[in-house]
Design a protein. Structure first.
Length: 359
């Protein structure tokens, strides 16, 4: 499901605001502090019960108000979503008047955000990339979440035994770790292969339109599994027994996985400029969004805050044609109005909003 309209009350700087999201792509533009990030954040909160910026949901309540309220509508299914957050109370989420958990919400209305942290995806710690990868699979595949929970439950117990120095007890969890872990690894690997195919297709089309996009082609993007895949997870766990016992923690396994982006043997983070890194992150997130939509019959909304920061005019031109390849909702923001009338010719289902004029 995807939102066609969203109404806000007492959300950050807005007393009350109604936002039309019925177009495939929507751009919110306006000066600093006009509320662009707040609009994107409200969509993310409505589809995940969390913010992409802060863990303090109370700070999203408009100063002086007691609670914020978000109502979102899906015209296709007739579903109505309601999110309420009052001071000192937990967030309350209802779909068609029935209370839902956050897991149910993220599966019903999936959304992914590309924000300042995602821009420099390759500069972040492996844990960040792993989380991004897992969040997509978690939302899309119930099998994946079963294995994910199974793996991390066993890992926690194995680590507790290692803390007590009890190797025999720690090893008792290995069969479960291997069973869930090998499957996690395969699902992650499959996701990367499939997303890479879509990414390559998009980049090849972009390169035909703008030579500058060539820098994004021929990249090696692959999963580093976190264990020796040739010998398998069981053998890897056994070979690190002594290290694990010394460090009192499991040092090998899918919880150590990473996704690597390389160009001709060098890591992207070491060679790409900031603008190039940002556009690569956008293209990768878009490709993942398309894959999840196609393979799992989802309509994930993609949110991108502050498109043009770090990008020069030519890089922006490079990005422009990607709007044609987007298959799900895409909501993005920018300080200045972008592309003039050019974009309207290329993309019929595109709408621009001047945020100051919405208030
Ligand atoms: N809880 C709140 N109550 C009232 N106003 C708030 C609250 N939280 C944030 N604001 C204000 O909301 C305004 C909009 O913030 P927002 O981050 O959405 O702006 P923006 O358009 O994204 O700006 P920028 O271009 O600088 O990123 C800011 O002036 C901010 O100070
Ligand atoms: Mg902002």
């Amino acid at each position: 499901m995807a939102f066609s309209k969203i109404d806000l009350r007492n959300f950050r700087c807005f007393d009350s605001l109604s936002i039309d999201l019925s177009c495939k792509s929507s751009l919110f533009h306006g000066k600093n502090g006009c509320g662009k990030t707040s609009i994107l954040e409200s969509i993310y909160v409505a589809s995940s019960g969390r913010s992409f910026r802060t863990s303090n949901l109370e700070s999203l309540i408009k100063k002086g108000a007691e609670a914020f309220n978000i109502r979102a509508y899906d015209d296709n299914t007739g579903s109505i979503l309601e999110v309420n957050k009052a001071k000192t109370k937990p967030i309350n989420i209802k779909i068609n008047n029935s209370k839902v958990t956050i897991s149910e919400l993220v599966r019903a209305f999936p959304s992914f955000s590309i924000d300042s942290k995602t821009f420099f995806y390759n500069d972040n710690a492996p844990e960040y990339r792993r989380k991004q990868l897992d969040r997509g699979l978690f939302i899309a595949s119930p099998d994946y979440s079963k294995d994910w929970f199974g793996y991390f439950r066993s890992l926690k117990q194995r680590n507790s035994a290692l803390k007590l120095g009890d190797m025999a007890q720690a090893k008792a969890y290995d069969p479960l770790l291997v069973d869930h872990g090998e499957r996690l690894n395969l699902l992650r690997e499959n996701l990367i292969t499939e997303v890479k195919e879509i990414y390559d297709e998009i980049v090849s089309k972009l390169t035909q339109e703008n030579k500058r996009a060539d820098i994004f082609s021929d990249l090696d993007i692959y999963l580093k599994p976190g264990f020796n895949q040739q010998t398998g997870l069981m053998e890897s766990l056994t070979s690190t027994n002594n290290i694990d016992l010394k460090r009192k923690i499991t040092t090998t396994g899918p919880h150590k996985a990473d996704i690597l982006f390389e160009s001709k043997g060098s890591l992207i983070k070491d060679i790409f400029s900031r603008g190039e890194q940002k556009l690569l992150s956008i293209l990768w997130s878009l490709s993942q969004n398309i894959y999840l939509g196609r393979a799992f019959n989802l309509s994930p909304i993609l949110l991108l805050d502050d498109l043009s920061s770090e990008l020069d005019t030519e890089m922006l031109e490079c990005f422009l044609p990607t709007l044609k390849y987007i298959e799900n909702r895409f909501v993005f923001s920018n300080i200045v109005d972008l592309f003039g009338s050019k974009i309207n010719d290329q993309e019929q289902s595109f709408k621009k909003f001047h945020v100051e004029q919405l208030k």
